[in-house]
Design a protein around this ligand. Sequence first.
Ligand code: IMP
Length: 204
Amino acid sequence: MSSPETRLFLATTNEGKILEIRHALEDLPITLSTLREIKDFEVCAEDKPTVLENAIYKGMFYSRYSEAMTLADDTGLEVDALMGRPGVHSARYAGETATYEDNNMKLLQELENIPEARRTARFVCVMALGFRGRLIKSFLGTCEGLILTKPRGIQGFGYDPLFYIPALKKTFAELTAEEKNRISHRGKALERVHDYFQYSLEAG
Ligand code: IMP
């Protein structure tokens, strides 16, 4: 490993995401900073038609706030019985100022009367690496699961209490950040981010 001073700027204020990213990259000699440390930043519009485009745009947009490589994440929950909704609109599913709870309630309402076998869903996560206003690379991760009929668990954030992994018999909200990272959409995208930095560091 070479430079102990490699820095990475995380283009998010979301504590849940920051925790998961820290865990995934903790064995690399990378110093992380986040958007939480920037005062008065302009909020990037997330109005692109896909998660991929939003992530790329965010990565390029927020890279202006740091001299370091900038990592942005955009995630959507695709529910098959809702023809892929909320998808790219997952954050504002129940309205512009919706809380996690509002979004979860709306999801449960929309899936009322849908039997377990048809409650299949997946998280899709794209992480984009920006530098000085340009896209360097993007990384994809997905995770398949089922939407429960009521929330379970207190860990994580967002839709985690409703997102059930049959193989583990647990929701994401019943897993630690480390356990979630092993199987989650963001965890898989982060494995690719990890490998990218590991190879770059080894290559010097
Ligand atoms: P965004 O990527 O921050 O735009 O997230 C879109 C929506 O999905 C927000 O409501 C998030 O809370 C939710 N979300 C993003 N990642 C996760 C996750 O890992 N678990 C559960 N919900 C998530």
